[in-house]
Design a protein around this ligand. Structure first.
Ligand code: ADP
Ligand code: G6P
Length: 457
């Protein structure tokens, strides 16, 4: 029995070396960060879009210690534009994150979404052998479970929706609401991060499809799908090991020595859902209100470029860069600047060194399916404080974080004041309680249990 994972984003992307060979570099984002270790553990096949070097159709990964096979689909330029940038990231992503004003519901984009979903489904069916389990992922591929079901009526199929499931009135703005739900309900088991998302999903099934629902199930056209809240975890051991490595510790010390101030940290894909401008503005307001903090605090914002073909993302980049310039211009004096802005992906080691160096971690999305950064920081921190938006799915499990409403003008600055003044003992106690829960829901257990649950349906 093997596992077949199907997702749009591939876990590693090929990059050309000077000698003509290829290096396979980890992709950045919650889905691949979570599933790569899971598939490394179980082995099997991962089917995904091969963005760079599309001629490479298959590769064993990870490169230095192969554990599974990546099968890469080639998408045409028009498919990338209409399926990925278009329907996935201009319709489903903003709608699911409550940004209706940013949605573009375009018929051609929808039709391409259907066509490309079919290509993924056909690839999964071709890879499938009796006894295998198929696990499809995320909003880019919501129709795939139904399409596979039509070709393989008895295959065990699971689906995980990694982003928020919005309340029904928002979901109903999607002109293809019925088709999307019907696509997902081809799966035996549908997973989401929180019980609220599950509730809203079931409400959408009742409202849009007139389907029957019971506790944790949806009945639709003679079949029953289970719908469960299974918040994803992180590889706690891997992060803890990295955090205790002397070279990482040295790097954390170097960051602190260089700045000689308290450190606030933000780590995000550059996405308008992450609340980065709001965070920068709150820090600016904090500095206005607390002149004594000038020269004593630095905000390090690490932002990795994302989906740059989509206008909302380009506008966000310009806005963030403008804000960093304006705030630094306003407050910088005698060698101190309030914001250090790093616009790139950083290595795991560098990331963990920053988590270790930080006094306060700012995870303040306006809306987020879960948010892994909050969990990674918790695993790695020396004795820092975590500020966490109430609109991140992770807030349900992380009650000991300082929770904030990122829409509240004074809220973030107040939370910052509280986190900066929190006694050491309290910070340690909060971290300890958060950590014990991280261990209880480790990534490996999450993935293994989900795969077992699919097969048990
Ligand atoms: P999303 O799924 O929306 O990208 P998550 O917080 O759930 O958000 O996951 C993001 C993942 O990407 C985390 O594992 C995080 O460590 C990683 N990441 C985010 N920004 C960077 C960056 N600038 N450099 C390296 N890794 C990053
Ligand atoms: C989020 C989504 C994933 C996606 C990731 C990175 O985590 O849930 O499906 O892979 O963002 O975005 P990208 O568009 O680069 O794949």
């Amino acid at each position: 029995m093997a596992l077949i994972v199907v997702s749009n984003r591939e876990p590693y992307a090929p990059r050309s070396r000077d000698d003509g060979g290829l290096d396979w570099v980890p992709s950045i984002g919650g889905l691949t960060a979570a599933l790569d270790p899971a598939l490394q553990h179980t082995g099997g096949t991962w089917i995904a879009w091969g963005e760079a070097h599309p001629d490479v159709r298959e590769v064993q990964l990870p490169q230095d210690n192969p554990r599974y096979r990546l099968q890469r689909l080639r998408l045409s330029e028009a498919e990338v534009r209409d399926f990925y940038h278009g329907f996935s990231n201009r319709a489903l992503w903003p709608m699911s994150h409550y940004f209706i004003e940013r949605t573009r519901y375009d018929v051609v984009a929808w039709q391409t979404y259907v066509t490309v979903n079919r290509r993924f489904a056909e690839a999964a069916v071709a890879a499938y052998r009796n006894g295998d389990t198929i696990w499809v992922h995320d909003y880019q591929l919501a129709l795939v479970p139904r399409m596979i079901r039509e070709m393989l009526p008895d295959a065990p199929i699971g689906f995980f929706w990694h982003i928020p499931w919005p309340s029904t009135e928002v979901f109903r703005t999607l002109p293809w609401d019925r088709e999307l739900l019907d696509g997902m309900l081809g799966a035996d088991l549908i997973g989401m991060h929180t019980t609220d998302y599950v509730r809203y999903f079931q409400a959408a099934c009742r409202r849009a499809l007139d389907a029957d629902t019971d506790e944790g199930v949806v009945h639709w056209q003679g079949r029953t799908s289970r719908v469960v809240a299974r918040p994803i975890g992180i590889e706690v051991d891997v992060f803890e090991d990295l955090a205790s490595r002397p070279d990482v510790e040295d790097e954390a010390d170097r960051i602190r020595r260089t700045l000689q101030t308290l450190i606030l940290l933000g780590v995000d894909r550059l996405d308008y859902t992450k609340g980065i401008p709001e965070r920068l503005e709150a820090f600016d307001a904090y500095l206005d209100r607390h002149p004594d903090a000038r020269g004593r605090i630095t905000l390090i914002q690490i932002a990795v470029p994302s989906r740059e073909q989509v206008d909302s993302y380009r506008q966000l980049r310009a806005r963030v860069e403008g804000l960093v310039g304006r705030i630094n211009g306003k407050h910088t004096h005698s060698g101190w600047s309030p914001i250090q802005y790093i616009y790139r992906g950083v290595s795991r080691e560098e990331l963990v060194a920053h988590y270790r160096a930080a006094d306060v971690m700012l995870v303040t999305p306006l809306r987020d399916g879960l948010n892994l950064v909050a969990k990674e920081f918790t695993a790695c921190s020396r004795d820092g404080a975590l500020i966490l938006s109430r609109f991140a799915g992770a807030a349900d499990e992380m009650k000991e974080a300082v929770q904030v409403n990122p829409y509240s003008p004074g809220g973030l600055a107040e939370a910052l004041q509280m986190a900066l003044n929190m006694p050491l003992e309290e910070k340690k106690a909060r971290l300890q309680r958060l950590r014990s829960r991280l261990h209880a829901s480790d990534l490996r257990t999450w993935a293994e249990d989900f795969v077992k649950e699919i097969a048990d349906q």
